[in-house]
Design a binder for this molecule. Structure first.
Ligand SMILES: NC(=O)C1=CN([C@@H]2O[C@H](COP(=O)(O)OP(=O)(O)OC[C@H]3O[C@@H](n4cnc5c(N)ncnc54)[C@H](OP(=O)(O)O)[C@@H]3O)[C@@H](O)[C@H]2O)C=CC1
Ligand SMILES: CC(=O)N[C@@H](CCC(=O)OP(=O)(O)O)C(=O)O
Length: 342
């Protein structure tokens, strides 16, 4: 059966990646495309790489423009999704790439986003325990933050298996597209080129409570997370290094076995052969997360590293993966698993 999808925020980075994926989707046809200030212009002015859609004119982002589709993908700034979603029918599958409906704790939302909490939707990280059941048949999906997907997939198998104490340290190198297309002074070429810059240090990043939420859920007990993102001079990609104190006597072999057991049926997560470490380049354009794990015996810590493309598995690919599950389609439909190399 064929479905139609509207994309709100089609002129942005996440919207562009959604369209790149949907162009190859066997069961989804691309309908209305919307934008903010760029409404009225042609998509080709903003996404020249999306050749088949270049002449599409962007509509204003209103509930009326988005109505009449089976699926609406929202790739809008934080805070914009709630008011639009409220006006979309209950039978429409709404997949929100923004943060509005990710957190379960209203106090955490208010602390990190500074506005009233809009609510909580089924969470679009199918690899988490229980997530596929919650996504099947749902008409609302909250897609995780890109850092959150990487940190969660790197650490939750170790926590769920009880291999580590519930205290994670997470350091993530990220490309600039994670910050969106809207101009910002810290994203000027002269600031980014030739430099790596930490931000949100000391528990201040808004992905912190989302990582805590996921890892605590998997561990079955509260997990503390010290998270430091680092902006790097590359357009795409996230490389996340996580560590936590290992429980006494656990070996690298036991850790590898536990991770392999947890992800062996996952179509989009791979534990690389021992000795091969993930790089962002391996994942470009792929709906894939590549992992490697080891035990640092001298330091007494499990070390887990994840690489993904923030726009693919980190946003648009994850959104389509969850939409596939919600609609009862093959989970892998339309999703690239092979990266672009070199
Ligand atoms: N980039 C990433 O790696 C990730 C992004 N996300 C989330 O996806 C969403 C989109 O991010 P991203 O694509 O990076 O951002 P961009 O800034 O690149 O794009 C934002 C889009 O929203 C439109 N827009 C802006 N303001 C309004 C408004 N007031 N009303 C209607 N439309 C508006 C813009 O249109 P116009 O061109 O007209 O301004 C543009 O199409 C965000 O919530 C982001 O947090 C989630 C995970 C990762
Ligand atoms: C480089 C950069 O700034 N990256 C963004 C990641 C944004 C993201 O994943 O998405 P949400 O905004 O939807 O949570 C950041 O760290 O805030």
């Amino acid at each position: 059966m064929g479905y139609t999808a509207a994309v709100a925020g089609a002129s942005g980075y996440a919207g562009g990646e959604l369209l790149r994926i949907l162009l190859a989707h066997p069961s989804i046809e691309i309908g209305t495309l919307t934008a903010g200030g760029n409404a009225g212009s042609r998509l080709g002015e903003h996404q020249p790489h999306l050749l088949p859609l270049a002449d599409r004119v962007l509509a204003e982002t209103t509930a009326d423009a988005l109505a009449g589709h089976d699926i609406v993908f929202l790739a809008l700034p934080h805070g914009q999704s709630g008011p639009i979603a409220e006006q979309l029918g209950e039978n429409v599958l709404v997949v929100d790439c923004g943060a509005d409906f990710r957190l379960t704790d209203p106090a955490a939302w208010e602390q990190f986003y500074g506005s009233p909490h809009a609510g909580t939707w089924p969470y679009g990280l199918p690899e988490l325990p229980g997530a596929r059941e919650a996504l099947t048949g749902t008409r609302r999906v909250a897609v995780p933050g890109c850092h959150v997907t990487a940190a969660t997939l790197a650490m939750f198998p170790g926590l769920a298996a009880g291999l580590v104490h519930p205290e994670a340290v997470v350091v993530a190198v990220t490309g600039t597209s994670g910050a969106g297309k809207a101009p910002k002074p810290h994203l000027l070429g002269s600031e980014v080129m030739g430099s790596a810059a930490p931000y949100g240090v000391g528990g201040g990043h808004r992905h912190n409570p989302e990582i805590v939420q996921n890892l605590s859920g998997a561990a079955g007990e509260p997990v503390t997370v010290n998270f430091t993102p680092v902006l790097a001079p590359m357009p795409r990609g996230i490389l996340t290094t996580c560590s936590a104190p290992i429980r006494s006597g656990i070996t690298t072999e036991q850790v590898r076995d536990a991770y392999q057991r947890r992800i062996s049926d996952e179509p989009f997560v791979r534990l690389l052969p021992e000795g091969t470490w993930p790089t962002t380049a391996m994942t470009l354009g792929a709906n894939a997360t590549l992992l490697q794990v080891t035990v640092d015996e001298a330091a007494g810590r499990l070390v887990a590293i994840a690489a993904l493309d923030n726009l693919t598995k980190g946003t648009a690919g994850g959104a389509v993966q969850s939409a596939n599950i919600a609609l009862g389609l093959s989970e892998t439909a339309g999703l690239p698993v092979a990266g672009v190399a070199p």
